[in-house]
Design a protein around this ligand. Sequence first.
Ligand SMILES: *[C@@H]1O[C@H](CO)[C@@H](O)[C@H](O)[C@H]1NC(C)=O
Length: 328
Amino acid sequence: MRGSFLSRRAVQRLRQLAIYTLGSVKIKLLLSCIIALTVIALLSGSGFMGWNNHSAALDQLPVPRKGYAIVMNTWKRYDLLKESISHYSLCRWLESIHIVWSEPNPPSDSLKKFLNHIVESNSRGGRRVELKFDINKEDSLNNRFKEIKDLNADAVFSIDDDVIFPCSAVDFAFNVWQSAPDTMVGFVPRVHWVDRSKGGNDYYVYGGWWSVWWTGTYSMVLSKAAFFHKKYFGLYTSEMPASIREFITKNRNCEDIAMSFLVANATGAPPIWVKGSIFEIGSTGISSLGGHSERRTQCVNRFVAEYSRMPLVSTSVKAVDSRNIWFW
Ligand SMILES: *[C@@H]1O[C@H](CO)[C@@H](O)[C@H](O)[C@H]1NC(C)=O
């Protein structure tokens, strides 16, 4: 009798104790959650702004053995050229800038002087960025993929003069490329698919941004903003069938699709799409005009005929910087 009374009291006290400690555990948990969320919010606050976020959080990316080279395609838009060179010359790990020049007149002395001055004043901390003009006699879209002599870097960041990505996004994309140096790594995905309504032979359709958004898959990244290995310049200029290059010069379109075909044929693998916010500083080019996607579709089918197969591989993988994500 007594024993059971005692034990009942003991059980009661134990239960009280348990409720008390449970309560304090809950409060502690809640407190730690609040503290953790505050810390996360403070840490990633700088990530939200993105634009000038070169420093703090990004210092954790490993220092590469070699940097990368920017190959920038430009056409008679000197203000855009100045703006993007001013921006990109601030990015760490940039070794050299090559401006692909296809205008009939060579760059003016004042433009060269201006750009050299910007690049020099943006080269800091023992880092020297080299600036070069690659002057072309012929005006062809193939110029942007010509081989560059004496290129120290293996990685090329191919970019149009009217798109700007924050250095943090470029650094991250470069980091992704280092994990897969044979692959094209870029910010602007596009997709293709088979149109079975066109009868027996495989007929392919080129899909723009909305198709990628709708399906969540892609099979190309455009060379207006992509990293790839410099060896593909040589393959593009010397190994790829000349008829493809001639088609591109004549139609003034699709050099980016041709590069996607070339890399996919060489690797048998899809490209990698990297998340990054884009800032278009120029008016949007031909892609906003009507009939654009029909012409791109023609290119895809033409190139499939040249390769006698469809080399592009689709994927739904997207690379994101996990430091900018709250919950994972
Ligand atoms: C495509 O890849 C095959 C096999 O690697 C190669 O033999 C061929 O030359 C490539 N085609 C082009 C156009 O590069």
